[in-house]
Design a protein around this ligand. Sequence first.
Ligand code: FES
Ligand SMILES: [Fe+2]
Length: 362
Amino acid sequence: MYLKNTWYVACMPDELEGKPLGRQVCGEKIVFFRGPDGQVAAVEDFCPHRGAPLSLGFMRDGHLVCGYHGLTIGGDGRCASMPGLRIDGVSAIRRVPEIRRFPVIERYGFVWVWTGDVELADPGKLHHLAWAEDANWAYGGGLYHVNCDYRLMIDNLMDLTHETYVHASSIGQPEIEDAAPTTRVDGDHVITSRFMENIKPPPFWATALRGNGLADDVPCDRWQICRFTPPSHVMIDVGVAHAGHGGFDADPQHRAGSIVVDFITPESDTSIWYFWGMARNFKPEDTELTARIREGQAKIFSEDLEILEAQQRNLLANPGRKILNLNIDAGGVRSRRILERLLEDEQRERAALRETQETSDA
Ligand code: FES
Ligand SMILES: [Fe+2]
């Protein structure tokens, strides 16, 4: 179960270059494309003529052309033209039923979609990303398709104890287990923090220190501050600073820190589109460093993918089995509780909307 009256990242702008993109989000098969004015549009991936997926078509003058018989659809879900569609010699375009459109917003380097009630789509509810609009920050990231429930990925990101085992050669280190995480809830947000002092920076962070022109062979303080925001965004402050300079609060000349960016978009109950990346505010102009960090992160996150898919298969094969909630799982457990509450709220909100619509239709 996932929230629908909310904004999810649907795709990255470069996925829409010159062609439509078919993508299932929250169980809805959607086709995304750029209209004649360059604005991104999203409609259901179903041609009103004979039901072919519109995403198999192509773009012509900003209109989406169905690849089967050439029906053309605009961003409003209306048919704009159809070869040979004439009744008694007169164009009958208006007789083609309108298809469902989905609200979309392109912002912060992502395309966001609202798969719930159009009437409730509120651009003001878009997750604000200050770093995405700040020239002092650089971002590099990618996309993985993962066959798992989106909540398994939230659990994974809200408990970084797994780094020692899953990412042993890059960001894992035994000191992670010795530093107990603390979890707190702030409204609809969950924050799980872990701090380590006087440790050796693991390989990924040693590279980042060098990338920022800092020594990588001195003791460091390390931090991991995981922040969950509904519906499924997890931003993690991570980094190291030369020991004794204040850790997370150290002056920029002593630290290498970043925000791990995770947008988890449900595709179905057991699969996700995982938009991952890293935003950093040191050496933002160094595109080579951005590429190197991205490459390191891609490898690390592919390790999560393997374990999460195997975990999902095991859970599906053992539906009655109980799993444990230990202290390290507090971040994921609290996040799930917030989601459960919001899902109940959303169901009530949707029922009220239906009632109003039925009353006004009567
Ligand atoms: S199915 Fe799309 S034009 Fe015929
Ligand atoms: Fe991981």
